[in-house]
Design a protein around this ligand. Structure first.
Ligand code: TA6
Length: 291
């Protein structure tokens, strides 16, 4: 694979391939483990994606931060608790299929298909491609195709960790007037009457694919998250106690990030017929509050 001038492939640490993007419009990194975008810094801005200082960069391990690709299920496996949370593609090594650049962005496509290892976890044939357009914006699309002869059901998410100055001082806009489930508390749907603030553990599935704006007055920016192909939006911050239980996250790091996830989860199961595909897209833009 010949890479364009703005893209290089390194191993950091050894045995852990990472695509490094250094383009006039943005810099960033994508680990082939999980097709995981770990870093994106649009020109003239500060880093947009959060990465835990204790994230594990080891083949076969999920990465705490960036954009975990959660597929073919979101959260715990619906019937078998022994299977990995958030599916298995985030812990497999993907391959580079396309790498090209224009004056405004770099386009990368990573690919993965079923194997004996995946079929041991999920007995279906599939092709997965992650399309990354990295420039002044970041657009990530998970394209999955049913390459088998029977329909299969899936859920999934682009589980994006966003950098914020202090999660206790931001406000989240765009989901008011919708309903959400706070699964850890109860299965009941609750109305979201106004903007969302984070003053406790929040692990909510909103029945909305609306564009979300994270307003960060301390950092002086807004992050705009558009979605397509997702019936729901997950909003998550582990807060104090859950952070202590996450071994790859410093206990005091919870104020530094917020997850806004394009998702099909819970009751939103997507069925894909043989030969058909599904696209799950998330686009992030950054706006400074002060010129
Ligand atoms: O998206 C929110 C969530 O489902 C939380 O319940 C929490 O488990 C988070 O994902 C992180 O999951 P992980 O398996 O990456 O630790």
């Amino acid at each position: 694979m010949t890479l364009p001038p703005s893209v290089s492939l390194i191993e950091e640490p050894a045995g852990y391939p990472i695509l490094v993007v250094e383009h006039p419009a943005a810099t960033g990194r994508i680990a082939l483990n999980g097709a995981h975008v770990t870093d994106w810094i649009p020109e003239g801005h500060d880093p947009v994606l959060y990465m835990s200082a204790e994230a594990l960069l080891e083949p076969g391990k999920p990465i705490r931060g960036g954009i975990p690709v959660c597929w073919p299920w979101f959260g715990p496996h619906p019937t078998d608790a022994t299977k990995p949370a958030h599916g298995f593609v985030r812990t497999l090594m993907w391959e580079v299929d396309v790498a090209r650049e224009t004056a405004t962005e770099v386009e990368l496509v990573l690919k993965l298909q079923d194997s004996a290892a995946t079929k041991a976890l999920w007995p279906h044939a599939f092709s997965a491609r992650l399309h990354v357009h990295m420039g002044a914006s970041l657009q990530v699309t998970l394209q999955v195709t049913n390459t088998g002869s029977t329909a299969w059901d899936m859920t999934g998410a682009l589980h994006t960790y966003l950098n914020v100055e202090d999660v206790r001082k931001i406000s989240i806009h765009g989901l008011h007037g919708t309903q959400y489930v706070e699964g850890r508390l109860s299965p009941d749907k609750r109305p979201q009457h106004s903007t969302i603030i984070i003053d406790q553990e929040v692990d909510r599935l909103y029945a909305s694919d609306a564009t979300v704006i994270v307003h960060d007055p301390v950092w002086g920016r807004e992050l705009v998250i558009e979605k397509a192909g997702s019936l729901a939006t997950v909003v998550w911050n582990p807060w104090i106690e859950k952070s202590k239980r996450l071994t790859d996250l410093p206990d005091e790091a919870y104020p530094e990030f917020l997850c806004i996830e394009a998702a099909n989860a819970g009751e939103d199961v997507v069925s894909v017929k043989p030969g058909h595909e599904h696209l799950l897209m998330q686009r992030i833009d950054v706006r400074k509050l002060h010129a």
